[in-house]
Design a protein around this ligand. Structure first.
Ligand SMILES: *[C@@H]1O[C@H](CO)[C@@H](O)[C@H](O)[C@H]1NC(C)=O
Ligand SMILES: *[C@@H]1O[C@H](CO)[C@@H](O)[C@H](O)[C@H]1NC(C)=O
Length: 348
């Protein structure tokens, strides 16, 4: 079975049968992002070679240039694995490789220096979801998320209790801290804990470290840290796999936002926000400013647009512009694929 793989970003596609082609460039509305990023590679696609059009099944797409993740998912399908297996192993590859430092262990230390993980996996045939959030001391977050589907009637487990569940399921309990995450943390402490995610507290969070308290008198100030967020501390892997028969599965894995307030959970493990899969319509996944994105359920909405026959690229674009109406400075990307194997992406 020959494959065709592509690294794509909106507006630019290069493909070569059996070879990896790379394309860099911007999508619509991406001026601000392009200024911040060098050659954004926002989507990897694996599809069968020989198909006349871009639409062919099976198809594997994931956010960013995490090519090894897509390759791993593709190989799982080739070996007869299910779409869920492909998503689990594909995102799991990124957890092992610590993709961009923002997936897996040793990245994005929170305010206390600890790395915590969020992940989800969704079965588009049964609409079952397994997810973990604020998972501590266990590396294979999406593996644990899969076990939530297989061994519980729940959808989402969080925090230390999720870790206990993971250990019961046979996952090793390990330290997620590395030299790198320690040095990111100590550098942040040394620069007066800047940037951070607090607002309207005393002492002034834009100048000093905590512990912070509510002020006696509330004086609301402009949010200051939001502009310091960059796309590079939100590089979640989100993946959509559509099998040969049109079965859809999706998943995400991330270590969240660097210097987050402990307890913070982003969009990634939330069904409909981080990703969504429905074998009667399609699949989508999101990456970016999760605190904003999760308020709009962009993955769910994109799948609903595709259900109505909207082209995948247009579906992605519509959900991004919906968010922009409220948060003009937001940044994020959505990837979309429909059940006949067409795919697209959009970012702001
Ligand atoms: C902390 O920052 C100061 C400058 O602000 C620098 O001289 C010092 O080396 C830093 N220490 C560490 C441990 O990074
Ligand atoms: C998927 O998208 C393509 C391109 O817009 C479209 O031609 C095709 O009909 C869509 N498939 C489904 C099942 O809606």
């Amino acid at each position: 079975m020959r494959r065709r793989s592509r690294l794509v970003s909106a507006g630019a596609v290069e493909a070569g049968p059996g070879r990896v082609a790379m394309a860099a460039g911007g999508g619509g509305g991406g001026r601000r992002w392009r200024r911040r990023m060098v050659a954004p590679l926002l989507l990897v696609v694996f599809q069968l070679a020989g198909a006349a059009s871009a639409a062919a099944l099976p198809v594997v797409i994931n956010t960013w240039a995490f090519r090894k993740a897509a390759e791993t998912a593709w190989r799982v399908l080739q070996l007869g694995g299910s779409e869920l297996d492909a998503v689990e192993r594909g995102c799991g590859q990124c957890e092992i490789d610590q993709c961009d430092g923002s997936v897996g262990y040793g990245g994005s230390p929170d305010e206390s220096g600890e790395t915590t993980l969020d992940a989800m996996i969704m079965d588009g045939n049964t609409m079952e979801v397994g997810a973990v959030a604020d998972l501590r001391r266990v590396k294979n977050a999406i593996g644990v998320a899969r076990k939530v589907i297989e061994y519980t009637k729940h959808t989402l487990l969080v925090g230390d209790s999720a870790s206990l569940f993971a250990v019961r399921m046979g996952f090793p309990y390990e330290d997620l801290t590395t030299q790198k995450s320690l040095s990111v943390y100590s550098k942040w402490l040394n620069q007066s804990c800047q940037p951070n995610y607090w607002k309207n507290v005393v002492p002034d969070s834009s100048k000093s470290c905590g512990p912070y308290k509510r002020p006696e008198k509330v004086t609301c100030k402009e949010e200051q840290t939001i502009s310091q967020r960059s796309v590079h501390n939100h590089d979640t892997i989100g993946m959509v796999v559509i099998g040969a028969s049109g079965t859809v599965a999706s998943g995400t894995s991330t270590n969240g936002a660097v210097h987050k307030i402990p307890g913070r959970v982003g969009d990634s493990p939330i069904a409909g926000a981080g990703s969504y899969a429905d074998s009667t319509a399609g699949g989508a996944a999101a990456t970016g400013d999760g605190d904003t994105m999760m308020r709009f359920l962009p993955s769910y909405q994109a799948v609903e647009y595709m259900r109505m026959g909207t082209d995948p690229t247009v579906a992605c674009q519509k959900v991004i512009s919906r968010i922009q109406k409220y948060v003009p400075k937001f940044f994020g990307a959505v990837i979309c694929a429909n059940t006949t194997g067409s795919y697209g992406m959009y970012f702001a």
